[in-house]
Design a protein around this ligand. Sequence first.
Ligand code: AMP
Ligand code: ZN
Length: 125
Amino acid sequence: MSNESPVAHDPNCLFCKIVAKQIPSKTVYEDDLVYAFHDINPWAPVHFLIVPKAHIASMAHIGTEHAALMGHIMVLIPRLALQEGCNPYPEGGYRLVTNTGTEGGQEFHHLHFHVMGGPRPWLRG
Ligand code: AMP
Ligand code: ZN
């Protein structure tokens, strides 16, 4: 991750504060590179977020130096989705969403993947 140290931290970023445990959250999974936690305002019976521990503002900031990190996250998502109660594919499944930028609906500018699933109807989405 070249110039992005795994501990890159933006003191003004909500998700950096969550990663640093300065703001409480309900942990789903944690390792050296990523942190996953329950969304505080869930749209679906299962709704958690997975973020890199390093402060990366959005998908628009991803380059080839992040390929291993992105692969790590993509491989974790199916496992964590089942762990958190998403039903198996194809009858179950989940929705994976990454809002990017203002027109993409991104509210918090620390890269995060929403994983939403569970029986319908959902509150939104
Ligand atoms: P986005 O609109 O893609 O930036 O999504 C931000 C998400 O962060 C929303 O779904 C919020 O409900 C969620 N969120 C905001 N504050 C917290 C928090 N303190 N703990 C967990 N999730 C949060
Ligand atoms: Zn951050």
